[in-house]
Design a binder for this molecule. Structure first.
Ligand SMILES: [Zn+2]
Length: 215
């Protein structure tokens, strides 16, 4: 156990797994790995995509647009997604196979109707903070290990923000599942590695946790 490390479990929800409104193929297959990894961490934080029904990222709220089309908003480019993870619906619930009873915090994100929030740290306007950075710093967390869905969106944006905030940041590749829209997965890995994020596999996590203890 390393008391200066956190496992950040991104959006392992019904909506992003098979049967969900924005299902990512095979995303349920990573859940046993995430459950096993969690046993190695004292500190676990979960995120939960948590949208109002009139959310700006939903294609249903834009007349004449297609799902997965990109549009330009005040804060930048936005992919239009099928309506997903609406507050209070089964689609927004954490996946029932996720079994991390000692998780200490659930960060809900995307609740602002006018701004999407892929990152666990800040909304897509790059200004509105979720408070997670302050929480981790007050808990003296130095290493952030990111897992979950989807590698090329919420995982990548969270990991890049984490690295830019000064946390030593790892993405556990085989505990993540990507969507890959037009090459977005390769682009996301390139951006993560450029930001200093380290790409590791689940089997390697104990080694990095030990290194963190010595630092
Ligand atoms: Zn969303």
């Amino acid at each position: 156990m390393n008391h200066h490390s956190v496992l950040l479990v991104v959006d392992v929800q019904n909506g992003f797994t098979p049967g969900g409104n924005l299902a990512v193929a095979h995303a349920d297959h990573i859940i046993p790995t995430i459950n096993q990894l969690a046993q190695q961490f004292t500190h676990v934080v979960l995120t939960q995509d948590w949208h109002p029904h009139n959310h700006i990222s939903f294609v249903e709220n834009h007349v004449g647009k297609q799902a997965y089309q990109q549009i330009e908003l005040d804060y930048g480019t936005q992919v239009l997604w099928p309506s997903h993870c609406v507050q209070g619906t089964p689609d927004a619930e954490l996946h029932p196979d996720l079994n991390i009873q000692h998780a200490q915090l659930i960060i809900r994100k995307g609740f602002n109707a006018q701004i999407d929030s892929y990152s666990a740290f800040q909304e897509a306007d790059r200004k509105t903070k979720t408070g997670l950075a302050g929480y981790l710093k007050e808990r003296d967390i130095q290493q952030v290990f990111v897992v979950g869905i989807a590698t090329d969106f919420c995982v990548a944006w969270s990991a890049i923000d984490s690295a830019e905030l000064g946390f030593t940041t790892y993405v556990v590749q085989d505990a993540c599942q990507g969507i890959d829209l037009d090459g977005s997965l390769a682009q996301a890995w390139q951006a993560m590695l450029h930001a200093g994020v380290k790409r590791i596999q689940a089997v390697d996590v104990p080694t990095y946790l030990t290194q963190g203890d010595c630092a």
